[in-house]
Design a protein around this ligand. Structure first.
Ligand code: SF4
Length: 371
């Protein structure tokens, strides 16, 4: 049963719109349904109260955790700051102040048997997937290698939060898992609206991460819940970026940054620009100078991301000293910057690896198309 069908059933049993929202809130926040149903000012109809266990059981079928893989540490969660001249958050694996909570990757199985990855991050943050697979095909990404299988529905996006909250409190979400949120825009916006209204998430504690598409900036600006924005750059040069992100929309990098900057100023929240540092590919001093020139004066910060080494990929992770040099130079030049290890590097590798191993291990198809 989908969330939409559960709400329809609740309506049939006498729920009015506010009670439907109460049900969604209880699901998203793992509140006690029976307690909410007995609210003295708006008690639920008896038939609906009787059906609550059935509804709860059906919602639980939207997604389940197939396996859980704990790691030691990561510095992704809560990264929204970093000032020129300030201390580098996550500067090294032994940096003081590093969150010792670690990342835990969940392999989540959906009702049709498809699998996605969801990552519990330090500082009560969660990284969720927006698609099964991804069509952008970034050269350095395991998920991109496999292509797109399908979009996630709104309730499949929300269910990742529910599963995570069963394990620990979550108050920040980044849409940085498998998939490109812009390619599943209607459903991601639908999920953001639920999360920002009934899910108890502050709007800027949700990060929409994209390679950029013109319609995204317009739609986010018009949305009732306007999240923080992360924009994956990886290069300041259009041709280099097209090589690294072969199926991202062909929008000049400068135009993308201008669109992102306008969004950031409209919502008064900085953009998180992402740059996965690949040795000998996009980590030269010329690349660094281009990044400075591109981002100086923008309302945002550059997140320099360490790449997860992947077998069979023609890249090397840039050395830590190089990444530190980047962040220090950016800061000295007046560009806010942080350094981040990719989540779960010590768990099963980066985005998509856990799923690809699970898929390889299976004898049955990833998606049962007969459903
Ligand atoms: S890095 Fe993100 S956008 Fe690129 S292929 Fe992987 S999942 Fe898709």
């Amino acid at each position: 049963m989908s969330l939409a069908r559960a709400l329809e059933r609740a309506r049939e049993l006498g729920a009015h719109p506010r009670q439907e929202r109460s049900l969604v809130r209880a699901w998203l926040t793992r509140d006690d349904l029976a307690r909410i149903a007995a609210a003295p000012r708006a008690p639920f109809a008896k038939a609906l109260v009787a059906a609550l266990p059935e509804l709860e059981a059906e919602l639980a079928k939207i997604a389940r955790v197939a396996s859980e893989h704990a790691g030691s540490a990561d510095t992704t969660g809560g990264q929204t700051g970093g000032a020129p001249g300030g201390k580098l958050e996550g500067e090294s694996t032994s940096a003081p102040g590093r969150d010792a909570g670690g990342a835990t990757r969940l392999l989540v199985e959906l009702a049709d048997g498809a699998t996605i990855e969801t990552v519990l991050l330090p500082k009560n943050a969660l990284c969720i997937s927006s698609q099964v697979g991804c069509a952008v095909g970034c050269r350095f990404c395991k998920t991109g290698e496999g292509g797109l299988v399908r979009n996630l529905e709104v309730d499949e996006l929300l269910a990742q939060v529910v599963l995570a909250r069963a394990r620990k409190p979550i108050d920040r979400i980044v849409f940085m898992g498998m998939g490109e949120p812009a390619h599943n825009l209607a459903n991601v916006l639908g999920a953001l609206e639920w999360l920002g209204t009934e899910g108890r998430f502050a709007h800027k504690r949700m990060v929409f991460s994209t390679v950029g598409e013109r319609k995204v900036f317009e739609r986010l600006l018009a949305a009732p819940v306007r999240p923080a924005l992360a924009l994956s750059l990886h290069a300041a040069d259009d041709a280099r970026r097209a090589e690294l992100l072969p199926r991202a929309p062909r929008i000049p990098v400068r135009e993308l940054v201008e669109l992102a900057d306008a969004y950031a100023r409209a919502i008064t929240w900085p953009v998180l620009y992402q740059w996965t540092l690949l040795e000998g590919v996009n980590d030269s001093d010329a690349d660094l100078a281009a990044a400075v020139e591109l981002l100086r004066g923008r309302h945002g910060l550059l997140n320099v991301v360490g790449w997860n080494a992947l077998d069979g990929f023609p890249f090397r992770r840039a050395p830590l000293e190089r990444a530190v040099h980047w962040v220090r130079t950016l800061k000295r030049a007046g560009v806010f910057a942080t350094l981040r290890d990719s989540a779960g590097q010590d768990v099963e590798g980066g985005c998509g690896q856990l799923r690809s191993r699970a898929v390889a291990d299976r004898s049955r198809p990833l998606v049962d198309r007969s459903r």
